[in-house]
Design a protein around this ligand. Sequence first.
Ligand SMILES: Cc1cc2nc3c(=O)[nH]c(=O)nc-3n(C[C@H](O)[C@H](O)[C@H](O)COP(=O)(O)OP(=O)(O)OC[C@H]3O[C@@H](n4cnc5c(N)ncnc54)[C@H](O)[C@@H]3O)c2cc1C
Length: 243
Amino acid sequence: MWRLGTVVALRDETATARTIMLEIPDWPGHAAGQHVDVRLTASDGYSAVRSYSIASAPSVERRIEISVERLPDGEVSPYLTRELAVGDRLELRGPIGGWFVWRPRQTEPIQLIAGGSGIVPLMAMIRSRAAAGSTAPFRLLYSVREPGSVWYRDELRSLPERDHSVSVTYAYTRATPKDWPRPAGRIDTALIASATWPSNLAPTCYVCGPTSFVESAAGLLSGTGNNPAKIKTERFGPTGDRQ
Ligand SMILES: Cc1cc2nc3c(=O)[nH]c(=O)nc-3n(C[C@H](O)[C@H](O)[C@H](O)COP(=O)(O)OP(=O)(O)OC[C@H]3O[C@@H](n4cnc5c(N)ncnc54)[C@H](O)[C@@H]3O)c2cc1C
């Protein structure tokens, strides 16, 4: 079922990423980790469908946020991040997904691992945790190219100050901030060992990002003793369902 959402606010996250707030009058509500499909239709009837994770916590207001990275040669993301304006309407289907979901009744330690735009559904989990008043201990390991690529920067920066049971570790793959203790590079076993929950605490792990990132991070988690059944993954590869 396709629903119509109206753009009510836009916010730039980085030079290439934008958050879009939509008001959807018949929105049924969602859980953190779910996504929507967005359908764009041209005047000649050609349409394209892409999936976008929901960034916002579930709320009683019929509003959701999605955050989109602009791919220079992309069909849909340049439109969403450049041309879409407040007041425009978008067709959406969802919420979709039931496995890659965090619910406030979960009290076990939670390990989040994001690569690039894969932060989106994990941010929804962090926001849901706060909105629900949950005290479940959360750790986020967030891999970005460089300091300017961090999404939700101010909110993430202030998180550990407000709540000691949430910690955030950054991993920079191309350029680090000045005097950063770890050289630029991909997430490896040493970082997993130092920045994630010990596997004997049996955390539930949520890993999201580009397919190769997700496979590598999930492999490192199971290699450090985590139960594969507790490693949930979401791959942001090209969307399969195109129309
Ligand atoms: C469940 C799910 C949730 C997603 N959530 C988000 C989200 O929250 N934010 C977000 O920005 N994106 C998200 N994506 C990716 C999104 O659906 C699109 O694939 C992306 O926006 C590119 O669409 P496009 O039409 O601009 O590019 P396309 O025209 O589809 O592709 C342009 C070129 O880029 C390549 N490409 C396509 N997608 C990607 C990608 N993700 N990474 C690297 N190269 C790619 C293509 O192979 C092609 O060469 C999600 C994907 C899935 C499956």
